[in-house]
Design a protein around this ligand. Structure first.
Ligand SMILES: [Zn+2]
Length: 123
C-alpha cells in the first residue's frame, strides 16, 4: 500500500526506519512499564466538605464509610542510619508513606468487608 493511502500517523511511521525511531529517543514501552497497584475492593470515593473522604457501598444500598483527612495519628520519627544520606531520608520517608497507605487501605477494606458481612452476607 502506498504511504499516501495510510493514516497520516501510520504513513509517517512507515517512512521512518527503526534506526530513525531509536534516534528520536522514543521511550521503550517495556522500560516505561509501571507496576500495577494491588487489587482492592475499595470503590472510588466522594470528597465531601470538611475533609471527609466517603466510600459508598458498591452495591448502592446507601451505607457509607467516612475517612477524615488528617485524622490519623502523627507519623513516628524516621529511623535513619548513622551518617545518613539524602537517599536514606528519601527511602525512610517513602517506606513510612507506604506503611501509612497500607494501613489506610486495610482500614477501609475492613470497614467494607464488615458491612458486607452484616448487610450483604450472600455476596
Ligand atoms: Zn451495602
Amino acid at each position: 500500500m502506498p504511504a499516501d493511502e495510510l493514516d497520516p500517523i501510520e504513513a509517517a511511521t512507515a517512512r521512518m526506519s527503526s534506526d530513525e525511531t531509536d534516534r528520536l529517543g522514543w521511550p521503550d514501552a517495556a522500560a516505561q512499564a509501571v507496576e500495577l497497584p494491588p487489587l482492592t475492593t475499595i470503590p472510588t470515593p466522594d470528597y465531601r466538605p470538611g475533609c471527609v473522604i466517603r466510600y459508598w457501598c458498591p452495591l448502592g444500598c446507601g451505607w457509607w464509610h467516612d475517612e477524615m483527612v488528617g485524622a490519623e495519628p502523627p507519623a513516628p520519627p524516621l529511623i535513619l542510619p548513622a551518617g545518613f544520606t539524602s537517599a536514606d531520608i528519601a527511602r525512610a520517608v517513602s517506606e513510612q508513606a507506604a506503611a501509612r497507605e497500607r494501613a489506610y487501605v486495610a482500614r477501609v477494606e475492613q470497614a467494607i468487608a464488615g458491612h458486607f458481612e452484616a448487610a450483604h452476607p450472600d455476596r
